[in-house]
Write a protein that binds this ligand. Structure first.
Ligand code: GDP
Ligand code: CA
Length: 311
């Protein structure tokens, strides 16, 4: 079975490990978000691709959920001492990766090629693809003005309410090599329990990706990032409430209308099942907290099984 997963960073990466445990690393293609990429200290940072890379390679920091394990912070401390930009946390090992990526991009390699090279160096068997090689950036319209994603998320701690999400560059962005093949040749498609607006939204904003999903011939199963109407971590619930009027599983479904056949969501939200079904999407209620490797694998298996049944 070949599986293609659309994913953000931390939540998506954890879910991806469950899929790998269930179907094997070689059966999985991951299409990662690049809307929150940034340039800082002259380095090109792709936070979600790196969360996926480090997690799937088994070298991530499982406690933080992002960055590398056994990390040290000497370079950033020096940056701070010297009055440089230290608000975006980059560890020493992480910086090493960013040096290699940034140099390759500057020499003209597309992001997909650089990502493949890094993934190969880490021994990754899963295909890890950026949604696009083109410049695509997420912006948030807030009462404090329009903020680039990382200013809103990291620098200001996502405290500003979001009136609108925009994906700069998306209209003219083309899917990276392998993405359309991954979507068209998979036996089933999955959307990770990632933030629908700032992790999955930028991927779906690439016109040919959205089109490929809406024209799919195989089932697409999404997993909700909310449990009991609340995010496990991050601003998904606040955003959903403000942008769609509530935090039910039906409201999560509304983010993916026409693109998914099944929504997997938590027992705590079981009452929302009728609302999901009313939108023409099959509700599948199970435990969705990925607290350890076993529960993560079980969630992945539930999503895979939902797709098989739908077929
Ligand atoms: P980011 O790009 O690093 O912000 O990560 P994602 O967008 O991929 O993941 C963030 C989302 O994952 C948040 O909305 C969380 O609610 C969700 N999430 C994190 N852990 C879990 C979990 O164990 N179960 C579920 N269902 N969602 C989770
Ligand atoms: Ca992210």
């Amino acid at each position: 079975v070949r599986v293609t997963l659309l994913s953000g960073g931390v939540g998506g990466a954890r879910f991806a490990t469950g899929i790998v445990d269930a179907v094997g690393a070689g059966a999985l293609t991951v299409v990662g978000n690049v809307g929150d990429d940034l340039e800082v200290l002259g380095l090109h940072v792709s936070p979600d691709l790196d969360s996926l890379l480090y997690t799937l390679a088994g070298v991530g920091d499982s406690e933080r959920g992002w960055g590398r394990g056994k990390e040290t912070w000497n370079a950033l401390e020096t940056v701070e001492e010297l009055g440089g930009e230290a608000w975006f946390r980059l560890g020493d090992r992480d910086i090493g990766l960013h040096l290699v990526r940034t140099e390759a991009l500057r020499r003209g390699s597309p992001l997909s090629e650089v990502t493949a090279r890094l993934a190969a160096a880490f021994g990754l068997e899963t295909a890890l693809l950026p949604a696009t090689d083109d410049r695509l950036r997420t912006w948030l319209d807030t009462p404090a003005g329009a903020l680039p994603f990382q200013d809103w998320f990291v620098r200001r701690g996502h405290r500003d309410p979001v009136n609108r999400v925009r994906y700069e560059g998306a209209d003219s962005a083309r899917p990276a090599p392998g993405v359309l093949e991954g979507l068209r040749e998979a036996d089933l498609l999955l959307i990770a329990p990632s933030n629908p607006f700032v992790s999955i939204g930028p991927i779906l904003a690439v016109p040919e990706i959205r089109q490929a999903l809406s024209e799919r011939n195989v089932p697409c199963v999404a997993v909700s990032p909310l449990i009991g109407g609340q995010a496990v971590k991050g601003p998904a619930a606040e955003m959903l409430a403000r942008l769609t009027g509530g935090t039910s599983a039906a409201q999560v479904t509304s983010c993916y209308l026409g693109l998914i056949d099944v929504l997997v969501f938590d027992e705590a939200d079981a009452d929302d099942a009728d609302g999901v079904a009313a939108l023409g999407v099959r509700p599948l209620v199970t435990r969705t907290l990925m607290s350890d490797r076993d529960t993560t694998r079980r969630l992945a298996e539930a999503a895979l099984e939902a797709a098989t049944v739908t077929q």
